[in-house]
Design a protein around this ligand. Structure first.
Ligand code: BES
Ligand code: MN
Ligand code: MN
Length: 463
């Protein structure tokens, strides 16, 4: 491990330069305009894997964006680690809120990253994080210190719901056979408070349309007499929470797992500084479901949010119009035992019931995913715990993450493989937001920690 550490030290700048090159490619999966850039990003990722000695590297086409696959089998008796990550990124909009262009990476210091952080779309989510695995592999390979078989599967559709990955996994269960899935696409509590993610929320993402009159109307001639779909949609959305900020969709909480007081106390024992949390977001107060702490609200409680709303005139100046239609995108974050398909149905029924006779509503489900809970008594969890302790000097805390990685529940079912969620970002790194960044400390700490995971995992598997 000493030699590995020296190797990482000696190659710090090169690792960063290589990551910068990847960060320059606008691999925005949601926007068809960037299809060629996404493809180029896949090719570049494959090239990196080949360059560090991964074998059988392929860029596999799907009906959407390609999947990059490669493997290094050292011994049929050694355990196999499947590294999963995503090379696609979220759209960078709104562009004017970035201090530097999103696909021209720069290093700048911040309060939480006094050694500097890489500012670019995808720096933390997930290019900077999956690339740590490529560089950790390089270091192990160079020093003949690879104790496990490794398979890499880096996809290009995570940010749009991993549409084609599920089918790919189902059709390739032998190729993807593994003992554990290793993923760096989550956060730690702080750079001196490492943590491992032991839960992810599920997701049900809906789009709604409220239609009124058969055309846009003069808001003076008709206003007050005809239902305005934007007004109605606002009423309907407002009614989706009660005064305790509980979600009112009928049956929404029916399957929600209730934690014991002891389990809740454990979660709430994690360090959390509400003043700093509010200051980071520039808000004077927080708001959420009554009776729960912030840690609980994002960790063990479901939520419902409008992600976008549109309709009517939004151009310069004033236009007097009563719009014919209004739209919104509404997502629900789910917790164990909620089922995304069931929640979609409950939402649809509820929303249709809410609609007054004066409008017609259409409800469409866009995508979804199951929540995940990672057991902490497993070999893989304990190996990841030891690995982080080795490099951070303190034992990581188990933490439930509020975000979603829909494919993780599928790995459980289709590949019968448990995942280790060993991410190195910070929640304050602005993923999906303008000025996304990833700490240099976090990038290098990740590269340093990953080989320890392989080592401990191989040792503990041997028993
Ligand atoms: N890496 C995130 C998920 C995440 C971030 C989990 C931080 C825990 C902590 C992932 O790329 C993501 O953004 N997922 C989407 C899923 C969706 C697009 C299907 C999400 O959570 O919105
Ligand atoms: Mn991600
Ligand atoms: Mn993301």
């Amino acid at each position: 491990m000493k030699e590995l550490k020296n190797y990482l030290e000696a190659n710090r700048q090169r690792f960063l330069d290589e990551l910068f090159e990847l960060l320059c490619i606008p691999s925005i999966s949601a926007d068809p305009k960037y299809k060629d850039d996404v493809r180029q990003m896949a090719e570049k990722t494959a090239e990196h894997l080949r360059n560090v000695g991964v074998e059988k590297v392929e860029v596999l086409p799907t009906a959407g964006h390609p999947i990059v696959y490669g493997e290094k089998m050292i011994d049929p008796n050694a355990p196999t680690v499947l590294v999963y990550g995503h090379y696609d990124v979220q759209p960078p909009d709104p562009l004017d809120l970035w201090d530097n262009p999103p696909f021209e990476p720069v290093v700048k210091k911040t309060d939480l990253h006094p050694d500097g952080a890489i500012f670019a779309r995808g720096s933390c989510d997930d290019k900077g994080q999956f690339f740590m695995h490529v560089k950790a592999f390089e270091a192990m390979q160079k020093h003949n210190a690879l104790p496990c078989n490794v398979k890499f599967m880096i996809e290009g559709e995570e940010e749009i719901g991993s549409k084609h990955l599920e089918q790919f996994c189902k059709e390739n269960t032998d190729k993807l056979a593994c003992d554990v899935v290793l993923i760096s696409d989550t956060s730690i509590i702080g750079n001196d408070t490492p943590s491992l993610t032991v839960g992810l929320r599920g997701l049900a993402y809906m789009e709604v349309e409220v239609a009124g009159p058969n055309k846009d109307l003069h808001s003076g001639v008709y206003g007050g007499a005809v239902a305005n779909p934007v007004n109605v949609l606002c009423d309907m959305i407002a009614s989706l929470h009660d005064d305790q900020k509980r979600v009112t969709v009928k049956g929404f909480y029916d399957d929600v797992e209730v934690l014991s007081d002891a389990e809740r106390d454990m979660l709430n024992a994690a360090p959390y500084d509400e003043t700093a949390y509010k200051a980071d977001l520039g808000v004077k107060a927080l708001m959420g479901e009554a009776g729960y702490t912030t840690i609980e609200r994002v960790g063990i409680r479901p939520s419902l949010d409008v992600n976008g709303i549109w309709g009517g005139y939004i151009g310069e100046g004033a236009k007097t119009v009563l719009p014919a239609k209004a739209h919104a995108k509404i997502s629900m974050r789910l917790v164990p035992q909620q089922d995304p398909k069931k929640i979609e149905k409950l939402f649809q029924e509820h929303f249709e019931r809410l609609a007054p006779a004066a409008v017609q509503v259409k409800v469409t489900a866009l995508h979804g995913g199951h929540p995940v809970v990672v057991p902490t008594n497993s070999v893989e969890y304990q190996a990841s715990e030891k690995a982080m302790e080795a490099t951070f000097g303190v034992k990581p805390l188990p933490q439930r993450g509020g975000g979603s990685i829909p494919i993780v529940a599928m790995f459980d079912q289709v590949l019968d493989a448990r995942s280790v969620l060993m991410g190195f970002g910070l929640d304050s790194d602005s993923i999906h937001s303008p000025n996304e960044h990833y700490g240099l400390f976090n990038f290098y700490k990740g590269i340093e920690t990953i080989p320890y995971f392989y080592q401990y995992y191989a040792e503990m598997k041997k028993g």
